[in-house]
Design a protein around this ligand. Structure first.
Ligand SMILES: Cc1cc2nc3c(=O)[nH]c(=O)nc-3n(C[C@H](O)[C@H](O)[C@H](O)COP(=O)(O)O)c2cc1C
Length: 199
């Protein structure tokens, strides 16, 4: 079976060895990320996902916030390893911060009270779809990335630095850059465990 979407999915992996040189210009990377998020589905077409795209030293600033927050909670003996990991994210070409606008979710809860409990869940699912769309689009363009979750540690510093609305809630961070390393083989659980097909 040949399918260009499946081919793109095969290229998406967690890349932790990131470099600064990208195969695309910054405007093209920006356009790719914007389009991937714009084309991602959301509950009730609420389009609750928001993104902050940080290139170069702006991305470095974000990882500095993370590092300083971690320094306060990670034991001294373990901090060197933590620092190496964070520096690896900062070594990339940039980082995408994925947010969900809580005002949109509160508005939906008010408008459609019967579904009130579901909207926060659907918001998380919508965010995951946006993250996955971007990750796959970047991979297809030859750009490596990984998915990180240091929220809520750097949330306040990031909101202040980039003057972000209070209603934006940080859900995930995606450092991206040149693929500087290879990938191990993918492993899969048995299909029998996963799928039930009836016809
Ligand atoms: C919801 C979700 C949360 C994840 N959180 C993290 C994370 O915090 N840090 C990380 O390095 N990878 C994270 N990952 C990446 C997975 O560990 C990774 O996708 C999985 O091991 C398969 O490897 P692959 O991405 O190379 O296919 C997350 C993935 C998903 C879908």
């Amino acid at each position: 079976m040949s399918n260009s979407y499946i081919d793109a999915l095969k290229k998406r992996r967690s890349q932790y060895a990131l470099g600064k040189d990208l195969p695309l210009s910054q405007p093209d990377v920006t356009a790719l990320i914007r389009e991937a998020i714009r084309l991602s589905p959301s509950a009730f077409n609420s389009q609750s996902s928001r993104a902050v795209i940080l290139f170069g030293s702006q991305g470095g600033k974000f990882w500095h916030f993370v590092k300083e927050a971690l320094r306060k909670i990670v034991p001294d003996t373990a901090f060197a390893a933590t620092e190496t990991k964070i520096d690896g994210f900062a070594a990339g070409a940039g980082t995408i911060l994925f947010y969900e606008d809580q005002d949109v979710i509160a508005g939906l809860q008010k408008q459609f009270a019967a579904y009130a409990d579901n909207f926060p869940i659907w918001s998380e699912q919508s965010s995951g779809m946006a993250q996955f769309s971007v990750w796959t689009a970047l991979a297809d363009a030859g750009i490596g990335a990984s998915l990180q979750h240091y929220n809520p540690l750097p949330d306040a510093a990031a909101a202040a630095e980039w003057n972000l609305p209070a209603s934006w809630k940080l859900r995930a961070q995606m450092p991206f850059g040149a693929n500087k390393g290879g990938f191990g083989d993918r492993t899969f659980i048995d299909d029998e465990q996963r799928f039930r097909i009836f016809s």
